[in-house]
Design a protein around this ligand. Structure first.
Ligand code: PSU
Ligand code: MN
Length: 306
């Protein structure tokens, strides 16, 4: 794996100096947001990490190399709707590298690459989860198992309610993944700040999150999920989002969408039917999660000193 990794000069230097670094994924660029919002949001997330005092590391596979820290050219290519960008989860990384291919990393693949590079914190929008109807389809995102295995702290705004959120939480419990509410007591439902699903653990400061992560890792227990609700001024009402989701799910059913195309299909339908309002929320939460990730990475790096 090390041989396939290419760290940008900035990130290599930052890690060598023990500076705080935050990993960012690329599937949200290639398959999660429409053009040109995808490009602009990716840049804004990096800026949010910098403004908070950490170094951003967006991750993707480019021409058979795992790139940690993308050039603007790489970012533009991943964001190009005409480009044929693979979607890579855990199972796909090695095959894509060996084929010399280019692919965007999902939560699971980004966690793996971050950990290989020595990055402890990762920020994204929403994790994959247990899909509605999973009892029939067995469609459960590889993200959930990765969260249990790979010792990285992931900051997300919960998961979109295109998924079965109660089953997603059950699965995370089974896999032993700590789900920490960040200044909240319920699982955030992506576009909405709260759900009716209570969380057992709440943290209110980056320092508290850093202490829990350090202890979890020292016990060899894998990853953690920190859930930061969408900023208040961009949040949408749960009921409103449900309407778009129901329509998207019905369309996916009729079109016979299955496997790894399910999530990108639903995301694009919802962006369309919400007339861009889901996009505003999506952008705001991605940027805020990048900021929170940076604050936790800083708290972790200070704990290393002391
Ligand atoms: N949820 C979102 N936006 C996204 C994704 C999920 O709101 O862009 C992406 C993430 O990269 C996540 C992936 O890891 O979709 C999950 O895909 P699947 O359900 O096929 O595991
Ligand atoms: Mn799936």
């Amino acid at each position: 794996m090390r041989n396939a990794l290419t760290l940008s000069a900035e990130i290599r230097a930052a890690l060598a100096d023990g500076m705080p670094v935050v990993a960012l994924e690329s599937t949200v660029i290639a398959h999660g947001l429409p053009h040109p919002d995808n490009l602009e949001t990716s840049q804004a997330m990096e800026q949010a990490v910098r403004d908070a005092g950490a170094v951003p590391a967006t991750i993707a596979v480019v021409d058979g190399r795992i790139r940690v820290g993308l050039s603007e050219e790489d970012r533009a290519h991943l964001a190009d709707p005409e480009a044929d960008i693979a979607k890579l989860s855990r199972r796909d990384i090695a095959a894509c590298v060996v084929a010399g291919g280019t692919g965007a990393t999902t939560v699971s693949a980004t966690m793996i690459c971050a950990q290989a590079a020595g990055i402890e914190v990762f920020a994204t929008g929403g994790i994959g989860g247990v899909h509605r109807g999973a009892v029939e389809t067995m469609d459960i995102s590889a993200d959930l198992l990765e969260l249990s295995r790979t010792p990285v702290l992931t900051v997300a705004s919960g998961a979109k309610s295109i998924l079965d959120l109660p089953k997603t939480l059950e699965y995370l419990e089974t896999q032993g993944v700590p789900v920490l509410g960040y200044q909240t007591d319920t699982l955030p439902a992506f576009h909405s700040r709260a759900s009716d699903l209570p969380l057992d653990h709440r943290v209110d400061t980056p320092e508290q999150a850093a202490r829990i992560a350090r202890l979890h890792w020292s016990l060899g227990l894998g990853g953690l999920l920190l859930c930061n609700p969408v900023p208040e001024d961009a949040a949408l009402a749960l009921g409103e989002v449900e309407t778009w989701i129901d329509a998207a799910l019905a369309e996916a059913g009729q079109a016979g969408i299955a496997g790894k195309t399910v999530t990108p299909f639903l995301l694009s339908r919802i962006a369309k039917s919400s007339g861009g309002r889901s996009l505003t929320a999506n952008r705001a939460l991605l940027i805020d999660n990048a900021r929170v990730g940076a604050e936790i990475a800083i708290a972790l790096s200070q704990r290393n000193d002391g």
